[in-house]
Design a binder for this molecule. Structure first.
Ligand code: C5P
Length: 242
């Protein structure tokens, strides 16, 4: 079963990652893709370059913003940062690190207000078990991911961000309500690039993902609109939504 928010068309379930150097290029993609994609991810690089005015511009062109700032600090600081980040409107989802703990997650959710969902990043997918040990974490990562996802949901986060490989285990623990958002998506035939643990759109949806975050397979396609349409078609075929 799909969370109520997503009982709608496949356009709502595809996020395009605006991994581009500047606002001009970002807005070109928003205009190009807005009929296929409802939400555009603004990450740290673009936010550091362009700041809140870009979020307002994406919203002005009809895109909702997934603000991927992965906040991780003391609860009071995160709370104030979240309030400022959502103040201008247009932020549909905002990420924080679940490693910041219960109090930080609760304060982030409270500060986000009703229009912005907080998504918890479980464990960075760039860490393997050896790197986790080195950083003082207690592997296996797969267990840590599920535990942190459960904490995020207890704290009323809207959902979590995880690799498609982890989506199934998380879904079994958190149930049908929370959003599971997965990057690392590679349509059949596209290059993995630097992503290690990838899945094609259908496999990610089958594993329990609600929302797919896709960057390079759309950005670098000869026809980005056609690439986005093909991913939507895979979502529709797999999940039965329009
Ligand atoms: O180009 P690609 O489809 O790999 O882009 C995926 C997007 O998701 C990038 O913006 C990347 O930074 C982000 N991301 C990720 N893995 C995570 C969290 C975020 O690939 N664990």
């Amino acid at each position: 079963m799909l969370p109520a928010e997503l009982e709608m068309e496949s356009r709502e379930r595809l996020v395009f990652a605006l991994d581009v150097p500047d606002g001009r290029e970002a807005l070109r993609f928003v205009r190009l893709l807005r009929d296929e994609v409802a939400t555009f991810k603004v990450g740290l690089e673009l936010f550091c370059a362009e700041g809140p005015p870009l979020v307002r511009e994406v919203a002005r062109w009809g895109g909702a913003v997934f603000l991927d700032l992965k906040l991780h600090d003391i609860p009071a600081t995160v709370s104030r940062a979240v309030s400022r980040a959502v103040a201008h409107g247009g932020v549909r989802w905002l990420t924080v690190h679940t490693g910041g703990g219960r109090e930080m997650l609760q304060q982030a959710v409270a500060a986000a207000g009703p229009k912005t969902g907080i998504l918890g990043v479980t464990v960075l997918t760039s860490l393997n078990d050896a790197a986790a040990v080195e950083a003082g974490l207690n592997p296996p990562i797969a267990r840590l991911v599920v535990r942190r996802a459960a904490l995020a949901v207890e704290c009323e986060c809207a959902g979590v961000v995880c690799s498609p490989n982890e989506a199934g285990a998380i879904r079994r623990v958190v149930g049908p309500g929370p959003l599971i958002v997965t990057p690392g998506i590679r349509p059949p035939g596209s290059a993995a690039s630097d992503q290690v643990r990838v899945a094609d759109p259908a496999a990610a949806i089958e594993a329990g993902a609600d929302v797919l975050v896709v960057g390079r397979p759309i950005r670098d396609a000869a026809d980005p609109v056609a690439a986005a349409r093909a991913i939507r078609a895979a979502i529709e075929t797999t999940s039965g939504v329009r």
